[in-house]
Design a protein around this ligand. Sequence first.
Ligand code: NAD
Length: 397
Amino acid sequence: MIVAPKIRGFICTTAHPTGCAKHVAEQIAVVKSRGPIANGPKKVLVVGASTGYGLSSRIAAAFGSGAATMGVFFEKPGEPERCGTAGWYNSAAFETEAKAAGLYARSFNGDAFSDAMKATVIEAIKADLGQVDCVIYSLASPRRTHPKSGEVFKSVLKPIGSASYTNKNLNTGNGVVNEVTIEPANEDEIAQTVAVMGGEDWEMWIDALQSAGVLAEGVQTVAYSYIGPEVTWPIYKNGTIGRAKEDLERVQRVLDGKLASLKGKAWVSVNKALVTQASSAIPVVPLYISLLYKAMKAEGSHEDCIEQMDRLFRERLYNGNPQPDEAGRIRVDDWEMKPALQELVGKRWAEVNTENLAQLGDFEGYQTSFLRLFGFGLDGVDYNAEVDVSIGVPSLA
Ligand code: NAD
């Protein structure tokens, strides 16, 4: 098949296998160029391993630290005349590269929220690795079926409070800066969002792994969060997703207690705002990201998921100096949140409109990053060539 991007709102319904493989290869090259991560993890489980921060975590662990990795994700394989999802092709490429480098890699495609997936992964750890010394929790999902009650929860991205929220917003399809008004969430929507994106499932994973005896002494587990600047707080930090992230921090403290007997540690890492499949669905955030990219690229501090995750492993989790903030969180959003940079972005936020977006923001960079998530726009890939879209993930064959 010849594969071209087909964008519907904030998703792309096609993905390019060769382009995704190039995207993975470029990330591997970034990690390798920085040399080995001394004292890094050796046996790593990544839940949410196929795209965004989870994929980059898996790459940093494997190619920075020589780790054996198990990855869990929910992706669609391709068929002869129908594209699979980008995360499927990323995982196929990751495993191929890992195998070529002599690294163990095994993947699991299915619902990470289920008891069955947890049991399957635990059996595989017992059989292949014995134990894991690092568990990365990087799920982003719009819904969760609760494994005990069977109830289906849906998350919403809404403000909390009595008033509706209006702010600038970017139509990422055409570059028009308009306004969006979002009605506040009700109590049920808040609770459902916490049930999907909060910490309950992270705790269930760690409980299941710990009671099966497959967590090594000194294990570290990390879940990802975001805080961001005040312009995004009504929709993010103080909104429904922010409540879920507060719950993640609650669970981090609970897990710290549970892991003490193993001399283990649970972390929440606050990461930078980046274009991923998950973040492109959040109102307001893509406009902020466009302004942020422009300012960070200009000062030479821009990082993508791979640079963020490499820095997390190399300079926080495994160098004995995690530099937690007052709430005990790791902050690799430190460069994003530098006061001078935020002041500039805030000033531009007040000024930005459709006409000046190209000067004040990096809309082109936003779109390029978005397409790259699906394997489009990568150097050296012939997009006019026929490509097999039904390739498999080796360990899932
Ligand atoms: P993403 O959409 O790129 O990745 C989500 C991953 O979860 C994929 O691997 C997907 O297959 C997997 N997944 C989703 N539902 C699943 C299910 N039911 N079972 C198994 N796997 C499932 O998202 P991302 O942006 O990398 O987000 C990962 C985490 O990082 C989230 O907690 C997010 O809030 C956080 N974060 C993101 C940003 C950002 O700007 N993108 C910033 C800070 C923190």
